[in-house]
Design a protein around this ligand. Structure first.
Ligand code: ZN
Length: 273
């Protein structure tokens, strides 16, 4: 079993880069593969396979769609990944995924960098320890979000949304019309299944967390019924662009990162005897 090497940043791949070998398929001259197929032993079971690559002298660890492994619960998969990230000393994490849109401001193929969430996944068994009180003010790092928004706009994507509230559901199924109406009434702009529990685990390990989400369909009842074939095409279409946006964000991160308060939003628990 592998010893977990020290790394600087992490990327959690979701549905948008699923069809891609990230970062190799992007052909970036800035990246160099260090190691692939790394599986780490954790108290929550073996981690999914991870890769480490180098970018501008920084080490980036990455894994794919960790929540969808057969026989492994989402909670266990998430804890395996974040336990490995904590051991690797990770302080910045970028994730991506697909969402269904609820807000009339959003269209299919838009890119959204949310700034808040409402969690309906209600997973309580998702911490690595009982050591911290986690304050979920500014859950998505404002400094890292600004870099991600800038990189997305520079990529030629004309419809990039800076902010938005993502409702998180358990899945795997999508939401019913009545559920989408409820989420809309509660102020959600979009709905997805991958922002929690990651956002809590990131705060627990003292890392900044941010995500970029592609709108892949209209949530049920928002517009006409969506078409599966069109959905499938959108699901894969933007893989390279989103992968490139993530690399560009990491690259600018190595030059300068404005300060943020993420680390100060993790306090020692008051519930210890
Ligand atoms: Zn931060």
């Amino acid at each position: 079993m592998e010893i977990i090497p020290q790394c600087d940043w992490a990327v959690i791949g979701g549905s948008s880069t699923f069809s891609l070998a990230f970062p190799e398929d992007l052909g970036s001259k800035e990246t160099r593969m260090v190691e692939e197929g790394l599986i780490f032993e954790t108290p929550f079971g073996q981690s999914p396979p991870m890769k480490i690559f180098e970018l501008k002298g920084k080490k980036v660890i990455t894994c794919k769609m960790h929540g969808w492994r057969k026989g492994v619960s989402w909670a266990s998969a998430s804890r395996q990944v974040f336990w490995a990230f904590r051991e690797a000393g990770i302080k910045k994490i970028i994730s991506e995924g697909g969402v269904g849109c609820i807000s009339p401001e959003l269209k299919v193929r838009d890119l959204v960098i949310p700034d808040d969430y409402i969690d309906f996944s209600l997973r309580r068994d998702v911490s690595l320890s009982d050591d911290y009180l986690l304050i979920m003010r500014d859950p998505l790092c404002p400094a890292l979000r600004a870099l991600l928004v800038k990189a997305a706009r520079q990529s030629g994507s004309s419809r990039v949304h800076d902010g938005g509230i993502c409702a998180v559901t358990d899945g795997r199924h999508f939401e019913s019309r009545a559920e989408v109406l409820m989420l809309s009434n509660l102020g959600a702009d979009m709905v997805g299944q991958s922002l929690a529990p990651e956002v809590y685990l990131a705060r627990e390990i003292g890392a900044c967390y941010v995500g970029i989400y592609q709108v892949v369909n209209y949530a049920e009842g928002i517009k006409d019924e969506w078409d599966y074939e069109a959905f499938r095409e959108i699901f894969y279409a933007e893989a390279k662009r989103i992968g490139a946006i993530i690399l560009k964000t990491l690259s600018s991160l190595s030059d300068f990162l404005p300060p943020c308060s993420c680390q100060s939003l993790r306090k020692p628990t008051l519930l210890k005897e």
